[in-house]
Design a protein around this ligand. Structure first.
Ligand code: E4P
Length: 214
């Protein structure tokens, strides 16, 4: 399972790359706006940090405008994946991108049938939002399991990119559910190695070792 970082903060991405925890990056308009920087400038800088897929999301909504915007984003670097919303216009643009050899991440997926139409449109990635389903008391991880089952039965090759991951526990469950990749904030990725019993156990080993040296 690939680990993607869901952030537009380049300092966080450099740290994750140094730790070997960065297989790719996802961004969205909220994250780019939070960075306070221009979309093209941030995406170019991120693509210089990782050679993995970097999702850059369009802010247009009508097909023709999405296609024009997405082509400009794809021209920034060879590892850009154009991210489009799961709408009729977004999927029409997805088919146009696929015809031009541009990879697409279809985002804002909240149901199995949405994931199926995205696969039929040739998406490279489908992004089901686990945390946002959990937020409204639905079972986000159930959607990952359902998409995995349907994609396997139908032999769709679209990769399942479990998104809106809010915790280390989410990431473990996504791995069990068969996600091809997960995307999470840097803080969640940095928390994956942590366990209070590891910290306590290490402190005890060190104090026993130090005492024995006296
Ligand atoms: C995915 O591509 C999205 O950018 C992201 O995972 C959304 O996460 P959130 O629901 O925590 O905002």
């Amino acid at each position: 399972m690939d680990f993607f970082a869901d952030t537009a903060e380049v300092s966080e991405l450099r740290q994750l790359a140094g730790l070997g925890l960065l297989d790719g990056v996802t961004t969205n308009p909220s994250l780019i706006a939070k960075s306070g920087r221009k979309m093209a400038e941030v995406i170019a800088e991120i693509c210089a940090i990782t050679s993995g897929p970097v999702s850059a999301e369009v802010v247009s909504t009508a097909t023709e405008a999405v296609v024009a915007e997405g082509k400009a984003l794809a021209a920034i670097a060879p590892n850009v994946v154009v991210k489009v919303p799961l709408t009729e216009d977004g999927l029409a643009a997805c088919r146009a991108f696929v015809a031009s050899g541009i990879k697409v991440n279809v985002t804002l997926c909240f149901s199995l049938v949405q994931a199926i139409v995205a696969a039929k449109s040739g998406a490279s990635y489908i992004s089901p939002f686990v945390g946002r389903l959990d937020d409204i008391n639905l079972d986000g991880m159930r959607l990952i399991r359902d998409i995995r089952e349907a994609y396997d039965v139908q032999r769709y090759t679209t990769k399942i990119l479990a998104a809106s991951m809010r915790s280390a526990n989410h990431m473990g469950e996504a791995a069990k559910a068969g996600a091809d990749a997960v995307t999470a904030p840097a803080a969640v990725l940095r928390g994956l190695t942590r366990h209070p019993l590891t910290d306590a156990g290490l402190a005890k080993f060190m104090s026993d070792w130090t005492a024995a040296q006296r």
